[in-house]
Design a protein around this ligand. Structure first.
Ligand code: SAM
Length: 233
């Protein structure tokens, strides 16, 4: 990976734009009488895993996007939920949904270094969905190390990851993987493609894997996305 800073800033710009809510959509949601957290949740299995965080005292949704993870934790009983992400438009979306869903979730715009100065042993619940595998590996490793530091010894930790594209599969489908693992679309890093075992090894210095499950988004034929439930070593 050549210029990690540029890769990181390009991808944040991408996600900020992607997660920004158009005004007409917001009007539609505001005028609807049956908004539900489930409208935001990508899959039932993710909901079930994150629901467990409802019993935690303090939950962090790291790289929250629209904040579905934070909303599942809050609606499942946790009354101290913080959702953080790097883009202002992303946190504006989160705050919009918090208001519509009437859920008390705090949202904060952070920078990449926020996690390094977040207080140690603070969160007994943490959800981080589709973040670690859309950033360069070096960034993901830093985040994982800091996650171990900021969580309590008994913390419940749920990590969502995209599917894995092996080099063999990529070459069959004529997909270019930079450095054998990075998928760029229009010059934006969209996937750091690592196998289940490679992720286990990356978590291993800090976390044991309590559970690994696979799931699909609606319409996908195969359950190839990953949910890791971790506990601290
Ligand atoms: C694929 S989206 C996932 C959003 C949400 N967690 C979800 O599951 O729908 C990736 C998110 O990671 C955020 N992100 C990227 N780099 C990050 C970093 N270094 N620290 C925290 N969040 C980051 C992006 O801004 C974006 O909101």
């Amino acid at each position: 990976m050549k210029d990690i800073k540029k890769v990181n800033s390009d991808l944040v710009e991408f996600w900020n734009e992607a997660i920004k809510l158009p005004e007409d959509y917001k009007e539609q949601v505001k005028n609807s009488s049956d908004n539900s957290v489930m409208d935001l949740v990508p899959a039932q299995k993710l909901f079930d895993a994150v629901k467990e965080l409802g019993s935690c005292k303090k939950v962090l949704d790291y790289g929250c996007g629209s904040g579905w993870g934070a909303f599942v934790a809050a609606s499942s009983g946790c009354d101290d939920v913080l959702a953080v992400d790097l883009g202002q438009d992303i946190i504006d979306s989160l705050r919009f949904y918090a208001e519509v869903l009437k859920l008390d979730v705090k949202g904060e715009v952070i920078d990449e270094n926020w996690i390094k100065s977040a207080p140690s042993m603070t969160y007994d619940g943490l959800v981080c969905s589709n973040v670690l595998d859309v950033v360069p590996l070096e960034t993901a490793e830093m985040i994982i190390k800091e996650m171990a530091r900021i969580t309590t010894s008994n913390a419940k930790i749920v990590i969502g990851l995209n599917f894995y594209i092996s080099e063999e599969m990529a070459s069959k489908r004529k997909i270019e993987l930079v450095d054998g693992m990075y998928l760029f679309v229009n010059n934006v890093l969209r996937l750091s493609s690592l196998s289940d075992d490679e992720w286990k090894n990356i978590f291993a210095p800090y976390f044991d894997v309590v559970k690994l499950d696979h799931f699909a988004w609606e319409g996908e034929p195969v359950e190839s996305r990953r949910i890791f439930v971790l506990k601290k070593k």
